[in-house]
Design a protein around this ligand. Structure first.
Ligand code: ZN
Length: 415
């Protein structure tokens, strides 16, 4: 009796009642019988209009939120109704999630846990299949996407991430306005036509409000942004520029590593990859000692490392003209270094100088670390799931965690 009272309070419906409870102590299960209220007429599941009953179907079971560690199932014998508009259809059951064997409230409950745990862990913890967890998250995401507002977006960040081995990339578009940061769109691939799909979905009336675009130097993105948002300020952010420099360090280290091996010298560059990718302030004591050992070795890798650290100074400059002098000076030193990976960075930076300088015209309206922050979160979500086998799974997981989407309303929160 107490369970029925609790259920009526947190999961009650005007035209239905909780008729009985079967308690299976051994299997740790609670079965709750739902029935329609005697006076209430069934409603069409498509238009929710009251209709005469046509017939009864066989019993259906709906998994509900566990209570006190017991699995809970609601059973109900649905009616079919004869709707003047839709013909003979199943009645409207406000707790049901289409034809799925779960209650909407349970779907919300599972989706909520899926923000903290992997889908596999959620399935295991609540004794449901992986598919049920996916369907639950998809239900929440679909609702959120349908009900989100895409008006007045001022700044976006575009990023690409390796989704699967073999150059399978996805393109991500984030809103990066201070106070409104979220994933706006994800598309398979990183070609021009991929990004064009984002603009097509958004529509001109909405994307014309975009004033600032932040991306890396991928030519396809630069081309599409120029075409669709010719008046927007397109900037290259710190994250992607520094990524370029880290790549140069890694390339130089590999070349030098091989050369030292061929000369048969003691390989002082062994296990130094992560050391060179970190800033001096983030090194462990052991790494600091190792780095100081390398200082006297006249290594090209160390030169590139120092050049990267020097480049960090750029982000403390406030005026565009000072930044331009700094970058040009840095490129002169890089070109004189005779280190090919470093010279390639100088070439890329020179080619994209206007985009780099645009950063200094944003008046710090957007944070330099926003796209990097999203990039890290995406990687974390992918790691938590041990990778995603299909793009649609990745898409749903990312919208769910980063889309800042509105969730379907329930009278009671079970989490
Ligand atoms: Zn109808």
């Amino acid at each position: 009796m107490l369970i029925q009272t609790v259920l009526n309070d947190c999961h009650g419906f005007s035209f239905f009642k909780y008729a009985g409870v079967i308690f299976d102590r051994e299997k740790k299960k609670i079965i709750i019988e739902m029935s329609s209220k005697q006076s209430s007429k069934a409603r069409c599941s498509r238009c929710e209009t009251k209709c005469p009953t046509y017939d009864h179907q066989s019993e259906r079971r709906f998994k509900f939120v566990p209570l006190f560690g017991y699995q809970v199932t609601i059973i109900y014998i649905p009616r079919r109704v004869r709707c003047t508009e839709h013909g003979v259809v199943i009645e409207w059951m406000p707790w049901a999630l289409g034809k799925r064997p779960i209650c909407r409230s349970f779907a919300l409950f599972l989706a909520s846990w899926s923000k903290t745990l992997s889908w596999t862990d959620v399935a295991r913890k609540f004794h449901v299949s992986w598919d049920i967890v996916f369907i639950s998250v998809k239900y929440v995401v679909d609702y959120g996407l349908l009900n989100r507002c895409l008006d007045k977006i001022e700044s976006i960040g575009i990023d690409e991430i390796l989704f699967r081995r073999g150059h399978h990339f996805v393109t991500l578009v984030f809103e990066i306005t201070e106070g409104s940061k979220r994933l706006l769109w994800i598309g398979e691939g990183r070609k021009s036509k991929t990004l064009l799909r984002f603009f097509r979905i958004l529509g001109k009336a909405q994307y014309c409000s975009i004033k600032i675009v932040c991306s890396d130097m991928w030519a396809a993105y630069l081309k599409v942004v120029k075409k669709k948002l010719p008046n927007a300020l397109h900037i290259l952010d710190r994250f992607h520029v520094m990524k370029l420099l880290n790549k140069a360090i890694d390339q130089t280290r590999r070349i030098e590593f091989r050369a030292l091996q061929e000369e048969g010298k003691e390989n002082i560059l062994t296990s130094t990859r992560w050391l060179f990718l970190k800033s001096p302030g983030n090194l462990t004591d052991k790494q600091s000692v190792k780095l100081s050992d390398l200082v006297d070795q006249n290594l090209k890798t160390y030169t590139v490392y120092l050049m990267r650290e020097l480049f960090q100074k750029l982000w403390t400059i406030t005026a565009a003209r000072h930044a331009e002098t700094f970058i040009k000076g840095w490129c002169i030193i890089a070109n004189r270094s005779k280190i090919d990976p470093l010279k390639r960075v100088a070439k890329t930076l020179t080619k994209h100088l206007p985009y780099l300088l645009n950063w200094f015209k944003t008046e710090r309206k957007i944070s330099n670390g926003t796209v990097e922050g999203f990039n890290n979160k995406v990687k974390l979500i992918m790691r938590r799931a041990f990778g995603f086998s299909s793009f649609s799974h990745l898409e749903i997981a990312l919208y769910h965690n980063l889309g800042n989407l509105t969730e379907p309303k329930m009278t009671h929160s079970f989490v």
